[in-house]
Design a binder for this molecule. Structure first.
Ligand code: ADP
Ligand code: MG
Length: 243
């Protein structure tokens, strides 16, 4: 992932204008595990939506797997979204009129691909949703809906996984399991960008931690740089921006 001077402004009337993401440049290597930490409203979800190609950058370039997605036409962008990135939204965005199974299989259906039963079963087993597959989202708990959203994001075995606040909806006993899965996926070469509030998690699993505030990426560094010495001026500065 390479981002060059990308920004996002919502609204156009002066009084309604929100600069959700101010122009910024950064990159993430293949298989790298990045955790983004920041206060509410700092632009974290906006950034993930731009990387997923579900929201359009106001300025700049976003290059993923060698493609500048800001230059793709509607059709190519739809194919990019389906095949190359998996996104798990903060509020899941499941299709209410489809069952859990249909939600998970939707990207494959749209791509006219056959469902790989073995892979499908592996995912739903891992996420403990096997006995929920015929339920509609409204009949599922928040944690179950999120796990269906994870399965949907994994269905196409994407290169890049974007995950907005994984621990917000999960039951405590599922958190470890799900995060371990994300770690395994990153180890197998999937690029992982996760928005989280959990410092402990960020410290444990990530290669890099980014701090966002006011629509800017304020700082980035390895968890060691940031957490090993929380009293250091740099760490204190990081933490004072986000806590
Ligand atoms: P975070 O995920 O860090 O809490 P968001 O990226 O959701 O922050 O939001 C960043 C800012 O952009 C907020 O001020 C929010 O109100 C605004 N914003 C987000 N989405 C929209 C939208 N669709 N229209 C207008 N403003 C938006
Ligand atoms: Mg958010």
């Amino acid at each position: 992932i390479t981002v060059l001077n990308a920004s996002k402004t919502y609204g156009n009337e002066d009084e309604l204008k929100v600069e959700a993401l101010k122009p910024d440049s950064f990159s993430v290597e293949k298989g790298e595990f990045v955790c983004i930490i920041g206060t509410s409203g700092s632009g974290k979800s906006t950034l993930l939506h731009l990387l997923a190609g579900v929201d359009e950058a106001t300025t700049g370039q976003i290059i993923i797997n060698g493609k500048d997605i800001t230059k793709l036409n509607q059709e190519s962008l739809a194919i990019f979204r389906r095949r190359e990135v998996g996104i798990i939204y903060q509020f899941f965005n499941l299709v209410p009129v489809l069952t859990a199974r249909e939600n998970i299989e939707l990207p494959l259906m749209l791509d006219e691909k056959k469902v790989n039963r073995a892979y499908f079963n592996e995912i739903v087993e891992l996420l403990a949703i096997k006995n929920r597959l015929d339920f509609y989202p409204s009949k599922l708990s928040g944690g179950e809906q999120q796990r269906v959203a994870i399965a949907r994001a994994l269905a196409m075995d994407p290169e890049v996984m974007l995950f907005d606040e994984p621990t917000s909806a999960l039951d405590p006993e599922m958190v470890g399991e799900v995060l371990k899965t994300m770690q395994d996926l990153a180890d197998s070469g999937m690029t992982m960008v996760i928005v989280t509030h959990e410092m402990g998690f960020a410290r444990e699993v990530s290669d890099e931690v980014w701090f966002m505030a006011d629509g800017y990426l304020q700082e980035q560094g390895s968890p060691e740089q940031i957490f090993e010495n929380p009293q250091s001026p740099r760490a204190k500065d990081f933490l004072s921006k986000v806590l």
